[in-house]
Design a protein around this ligand. Structure first.
Ligand code: UDP
Length: 234
């Protein structure tokens, strides 16, 4: 577990976003993993996730407060949370400012449609190179499409760890592009699902809001977060 913590990006959100913007502007390749306790737990039992978390080609940031707090418990200082949905929103904004292109893969078709409408309206100079829902059976074929489109930003919203595994499998075939697995972000940015109210976010209780809104997440929450804390205690 500690190896994953050592690998984490530990500075501020602002510093991180400026690195992302520079990489986008310079046509560099970057793969961002937005980690929560669930991601690190997958890393413990799934060798593919373990490999991608530790790879030098990957930048891992603390999306969940559980990672920041967990780090503190074992003496590793992480400045703050960097939520995936904010990385996604900033990428769309920078992409529009820099006249770049984006490819979306993930979420339901109606969510993807709503997302494209929002992006066209809010980020008019960002070119949408493609948008494919996340229930398409052959996702490797979609990646072949992405390879020909050569977009500057690739956002994949399939949930952890499917989105990271898929990106990692194809990453070496790209020489530019900012790749991020963004979980439920398309649902939020498209306006389909509301993000937690500001107060919840401020108090680091965004996870609690999601549990209250979607009680079916409780089992997933227990299996990742509670077990994660128990493991760190040991
Ligand atoms: N999803 C998908 N294909 C699948 C399973 C999930 O496109 O086969 C999408 C789902 O519609 C949602 C996202 O992946 O938009 C995962 O959201 P979730 O809130 O579970 O992610 P988290 O942020 O918790 O990792």
């Amino acid at each position: 577990m500690i190896r994953f913590f050592n690998k984490l990006y530990k500075e501020s959100r602002e510093d991180f976003l400026s690195i992302v913007r520079d990489n986008l502007s310079n046509d560099n390749r970057m793969f961002i993993v937005t980690a929560n306790p669930e991601a690190f737990m997958f890393g413990e039992k799934d060798s593919e996730v373990e490999k991608l978390l530790l790879d030098d080609a990957t930048t891992v940031v603390a999306d969940g407060i559980g990672i920041v707090k967990g780090g503190k418990k074992i003496g590793i200082d992480i400045a703050e949370r960097i939520p995936g949905v904010e990385i996604a929103e900033k990428l769309l904004k920078y992409g529009s400012e820099l006249n770049k292109s984006v490819f979306f893969l993930g979420a339901k078709q109606e969510v993807i449609d709503a997302l494209c409408a929002v992006v066209e309206e809010k980020y008019p100079s960002l070119k949408i190179a493609g948008a494919v829902n996340g229930y398409t059976p052959d996702k490797d074929a979609v990646f072949e499409e992405i390879k020909s489109a050569k977009p500057d930003i690739v956002l994949v919203a399939l949930g952890i760890p499917a989105q990271e595994k898929l990106i990692y499998k194809h990453l070496k075939d790209f020489d530019k592009g900012i790749f991020v697995g963004v979980g439920g972000s398309f649902d939020v940015i498209s306006g389909t699902k509301a993000r937690a109210p500001k107060l919840f976010i401020k108090l680091n209780l965004e996870w609690l809001y999601r549990l209250l809104k979607e009680p079916s997440r409780i089992k997933r929450f227990y299996n990742s977060n509670v077990k994660f804390l128990l493991k760190l205690k040991k």
